[in-house]
Design a protein around this ligand. Structure first.
Ligand code: NDP
Ligand code: 8X3
Length: 251
């Protein structure tokens, strides 16, 4: 069995690749930070005894996506699972003040990158008339919070794209699941606040956030159901979070 996980150098992606490897899937992992990618690859091979193919590219680069997935070695063609996880938020600013470059990076990564990867991987699934695509959306795609503007829009797009995929891929017996996590402590907020670790830490003060492993468990659960069962949408939050707005935090 083969699983592809994009954005596996940290956070959900890394934990998800480990979870599949622990279940004896051979895994294809991707990310831009090559040193981290190689470390994750070595760790997974040693810890779980499975094969790992580490592909170092940026999901925003359509040519690189097509080159990497278009030329997979023959023993990596039977792809069972694709987890479209690579993504990010950049900045948290009022709409009229936000940096347009941040907006473009989020759209290019979270929306266009997910589309490029899906199109490049789908031929392997269509050929076998089976497969499962799991797209990582967010609770931010379900409600738009103040200063969330374009990040929320990209994750709302992930929800709509997932529905569209599910409809169009029915005839190929390919499952599509959209998973919408709430607050999880990974590198997400460090990236969003551009390296400001105290601003990032403050996001998770006063309550127990989800961990990357919590999300990986849920991704794996969705992928391990019988062939005739598909979870279409799944939202998970920390118990202290009701939706994109309401948290119960310690004083
Ligand atoms: P992390 O920052 O820890 O991980 C993000 C991963 O995405 C990294 O491996 C990063 O790798 C990769 N990535 C980012 N941009 C690119 C790119 N252009 N090309 C290739 N890979 C890229 O954050 P999370 O694990 O928390 O986030 C994973 C996903 O979950 C994202 O889509 C995020 O929006 C979503 N999410 C996060 C939540 C949270 O609270 N943490 C909640 C809901 C959804 P590298 O930098 O090496 O390229
Ligand atoms: C990440 C969760 O609420 O910080 O997608 O946007 S949130």
């Amino acid at each position: 069995m083969i699983a592809i996980v994009t954005g596996a150098t940290s956070g959900f992606g890394k934990a998800t690749a480990e979870k599949f490897a622990a279940a004896k899937y051979n895994v294809i992992i991707t990310g831009r930070r090559n040193e981290l990618l190689q470390q994750v690859s070595e760790h997974i091979q040693k810890a779980y005894g499975v094969k790992v193919l580490a592909l170092n590219f940026d999901v925003r680069d359509k040519q690189a996506v097509n080159k990497n997935f278009g030329s997979l070695p023959a023993d990596w063609h039977e792809v069972d699972v694709l987890v479209n996880n690579a993504g990010l938020a950049l900045g948290k600013d009022y709409f009229e003040e936000a940096d347009m470059n941040d907006w473009e990076t989020m759209i290019d990564t979270n929306v266009k990158g997910l589309l490029y990867v899906s199109r490049a991987v789908l031929p392997y699934m269509v050929k076998r008339k089976k497969g499962h695509i799991l797209n990582i959306g967010s609770i931010a795609g379900q409600d738009t919070y103040e200063k969330g503007n374009v990040y929320c829009a990209t994750k709302s797009s992930v929800q709509t794209i997932s529905r569209a995929m599910r409809v169009d891929l029915l005839r190929h017996h390919i499952k599509v699941t959209a998973i919408h996590p709430g607050a999880a402590e990974t590198e997400f907020s460090i990236v969003r606040f551009k390296g400001d670790e105290s601003a990032a830490k403050a996001v998770y003060d006063g309550y127990q956030a989800l961990t990357a492993e919590d999300v990986a468990d849920v991704v794996f659960y969705c992928a391990s159901l019988p062939a005739h069962v598909c979870i279409n949408d799944l939202t998970l939050t920390p118990t202290a979070q009701a939706d994109a707005f309401y948290f119960h935090k310690d004083q």
